[in-house]
Design a protein around this ligand. Structure first.
Ligand code: SF4
Length: 380
């Protein structure tokens, strides 16, 4: 299972892509909560279900897990993952009947990364080959296995368990991301893996655990807990905006192309900072100079569709269904504003809009936020 779903060490396998690129992020992240998301919980549920299915298919004992996240899609996607795993196992069995198969195996790679461990979804060993297979249930970003540090760390952990017994020469790492049809495989020799471990991984891990090295902002920032308020990331993005262009009046085609290339990272950063500031303003009453919290726009809703239909029909309006009852706007148009109000105002409500952080100049009125804590009287 991907390391992000379980207990984390400071230098987690799932974070290796980030802390290898920005060694100082490992220590900076420690001051930020590891907030779990519904995506992570969904991922855990998918892993539990696929573990169960795979064990069943291999005639191992397993109890079906229960989760509110299980649905038809998860059932179908975990089937795809299990089918893929079984196809690898079957193929390997043709040349090696005595395979080692490990499901949800704890893998220790602390020889290279201080306190480093993770959990491999499926490890298959036989015929001098080690297969590491990892299920990724997310569908936001397609993940490649090409020199993927998380997978390479799992491979190192698995090698330390089996190398003595099986004389492994090749490592095959596969990421199965069924919701985006991604089955990404990367193969390398054990000596290539060891070279990477000694010359790239180990020095970076040593810097990271000591809180040394440099900040380095890039696409990996997206997975950093400090990303909203990290100065290095802000500086890099602000630097991009200071770009000096040659022609003072109009941008050249090259400059437009350059801006498009930078826009993605810039907009992600701006959106992260806005989300961070909004959450503090709305949930904790934090005041940001020049900004206020208002109620966002909301749409009117019928409170009781049957009563609306009855009222409208009683007043002689029969043309009020398309596939379902016509919308409020259509009904208002059909009846005219005055009649609509007379007949149906009791059956229409406007829910409160979502709270939103906007500039002080916005026309909407600021919302009074209740931020003081209520004191609970001691009942004794
Ligand atoms: S946000 Fe980016 S630059 Fe800042 S610590 Fe995290 S990974 Fe490094």
């Amino acid at each position: 299972m991907s390391g992000s779903y379980n207990a984390h060490s400071v230098l987690s396998a799932s974070g290796a892509y980030r802390w290898m690129a920005c060694t100082l992020s490992a220590m900076l992240e420690k001051d930020f909560d590891n907030v779990t998301s519904t995506f992570a919980e969904e991922g855990t549920a998918a892993h539990d279900l696929s573990e169960h299915k795979l064990k069943k298919a291999l005639k191992m004992r397993s109890k079906k897990p229960n989760s509110q996240y299980q649905n038809d899609e998860m059932d179908e996607m975990t089937d795809l993952y299990v089918e893929y795993c079984l196809s690898i196992i079957e193929k390997m069995k043709e040349s090696c009947p005595d395979l080692q198969i490990l499901i949800e195996q704890r893998l220790d790679f602390s020889n290279y990364v201080p306190e480093g461990f993770g959990t491999g979804d499926l490890i298959v060993v036989g015929n001098k080959t080690l297969h590491v297979i990892d299920l990724k249930y997310g569908k936001g970003i397609e993940v490649s296995s090409y020199r993927n540090p998380q997978m390479m760390l799992y491979a190192l952990g698995a090698l330390s368990l089996f190398d003595m017994l099986y004389d492994i020469e090749q490592v095959v790492m596969t990421i199965v991301q069924p919701r985006v049809g991604n089955f990404s495989t990367y193969e390398l020799s054990v000596s290539e893996l060891m070279d990477w471990a000694e010359n790239e991984l180990k020095p970076k891990a040593e810097l990271a655990i000591r809180g040394e090295g440099d900040y380095c902002a890039g696409s990996h920032c997206r997975f950093c807990r400090a990303k909203d308020v990290c100065r290095a990331r802000a500086m890099k993005n602000l630097e991009l905006m200071k770009h000096e262009f040659a022609n003072p009046d109009l941008l050249s085609d090259e400059e437009v192309a350059e801006i498009i290339g930078l826009a993605d990272e810039l907009s992600k950063w701006a959106s992260d900072v806005y989300t961070y500031a909004s959450a503090l303003a709305i949930n904790e009453g934090k005041e940001w100079t020049g900004f206020k919290v208002v109620e966002g726009r909301s749409r009117r809703k019928y409170t009781d569709e049957e009563a609306v239909a009855a009222k409208a029909k009683e007043a002689g309006y029969n043309d009020i269904y398309k596939k379902a009852l016509i919308s409020i706007t259509e009904m208002e148009k059909l009846m005219g504003k005055k009649t609509f109000k007379e007949l149906l105002s009791d059956y229409v409500k406007k829910p409160k809009g979502k709270l939103t952080l906007v500039p002080e100049s916005d026309k909407r009125q600021a919302v009074e936020l209740i931020t003081q804590e209520f004191q609970i009287e001691d009942e004794n």
